[in-house]
Design a protein around this ligand. Sequence first.
Ligand code: CA
Ligand code: CA
Ligand code: CA
Length: 326
Amino acid sequence: MKELRTCSGLSAPQTARVAFETNRTSDFEIFVMNADGSNPVNVTKSPGLDYEPEWSPDGGRLAFVSRRAGRADIYVMNADGSGLTRLTSNVGDNESPAWSPDGKRIAFESDRGGNVEIYLINADGSGQTNLSKHPEMDFHPVWSPDGTRIALGSYREKGLGKGADVFVMNADGSGVANLSNSSSSYDARPDWSPDGSRIAFVSNRSGGLDIYVMNANGSGQTRLTTDPDLDSYPEWSPDGKRIAFRSDRCGNIEVYTMNADGTGQANLTLNPATDCHPTWSGAVGSGSASPALRAAGAVPERSTPGRVRPVSLAAQLEAEASCLGR
Ligand SMILES: [Ca+2]
Ligand SMILES: [Ca+2]
Ligand SMILES: [Ca+2]
């Protein structure tokens, strides 16, 4: 059966901005574009891998990961690339930064202690604390909009290689609870809706990796994407109406958005390079659609020849774990 792939862009003007990682220049850099995909700008322009951008709640700064000094460390910069500050300089890799809603702290994952844990750091680089303290892998932290809780992915119940779940804990690391309670799948990369009522996440419970959404208490788990290729990295828009994500569906990794119910999927990047890890700014942009984007939106949806996706759990997870090197 021929699958209809959503490869075209948006036709309607969108507000706010989206940052993402891409290797369309010499190596991975952080780019910022309008939320309709227009005017992508390189804001890192630095040798070495720059990736995993995360917009501060006030829209003024970006946390991101860079290997420019060797290992993966958390950095913060203004949204135009100025005012660079390095926050971590430890042994090990420090990745997946997530701002607290008040902009004062950043949660991230680090393997500095021998296994991957969730850490907290103040936005000035002080006060690093291990929150998760569990020998299994804890990863992909994200704050609840009210700042009281942190959702994460963790292998702590099933074990690495056997399945991950989306957990939630209090912001001090206490009260850890399993939200997704999958039977044996990889459930991870949670992202809270701005009103706190729902959590988007990725799961391979139906075979391929797809975006799902659930109520914040874990009930009502619903599949949003059905494309056979890899869909992951969900991130809600500030108005809660759309979810950005990454997908391999059109032959290379692109940044997409869709309505929060899974309809209206559109390709924002339309570039043959790897474009991954979208993050929305809360600030409202000009909202004017560029001529290029209007042209892209005028292109009808097209079907592409089916490609074989990675079939083993290990191959899927390896492809999902990072866009670097792809
Ligand atoms: Ca770079
Ligand atoms: Ca751990
Ligand atoms: Ca691309």
